[in-house]
Design a protein around this ligand. Structure first.
Ligand code: FES
Length: 160
């Protein structure tokens, strides 16, 4: 973790009456910084909290919201909950897999996009819903998704 996040992690440790309560928020700090949880950071967190790396790993293995591999610059999470499924989530996922040439949980070769299927993201009334990084996108369609992808691609120089 960088110095700023390490300071935040120490603040979190102080803020919770039981240090175990700080573990998940601290892991979120790591995920925020790297976009995933590298093994070296597991050791940093374990050391900070006085746990073994194996214990931190066991917690990580329980929570699917933490990534153990690098993700793309844009992490596209398509809700696969019931409301979204009946309103087109499967078609949306299929569109993304074809457009980006990836499989489920796959990342494009250029490292731009990762596509995941996730459980309900609490936008059921505006299904199908998608989360991209920290932003929520209700009433998503393949057309809107295409517009997002086009815009994101324009942000990166073609020779990058
Ligand atoms: S089922 Fe998709 S947001 Fe709830």
């Amino acid at each position: 973790m960088n110095a700023e996040r390490l300071a935040k992690a120490r603040e979190l440790l102080e803020a919770f009456p039981q240090k175990s309560s700080a573990l998940i928020p601290i892991l979120h700090l790591v995920e925020e910084e790297f976009g995933w949880i590298p093994e070296e950071e597991v050791a940093v967190v374990a050391d900070l909290m006085g746990y073994t790396p194996a214990y931190v790993e066991s917690v990580l293995s329980f929570y699917t919201l933490f990534h153990r591999q690098p993700t793309g610059k844009y992490l596209i999470q398509v809700c696969r909950g019931l409301s979204c499924q009946v309103r087109g989530a499967d078609e949306l996922s299929k569109f993304l897999y074809e457009e980006l040439g990836v499989q489920r949980s796959g990342t494009t070769e250029d490292g731009m996009f990762t596509v995941e299927a996730v459980e309900c993201i609490a936008l059921c009334k505006d299904a199908p819903a998608v989360q991209i990084n920290l932003e929520f996108y209700p009433d998503m369609t393949p057309e809107k998704m295409q517009a997002f992808l086009d815009k994101a691609r324009q942000e990166v120089p073609s020779d990058a």
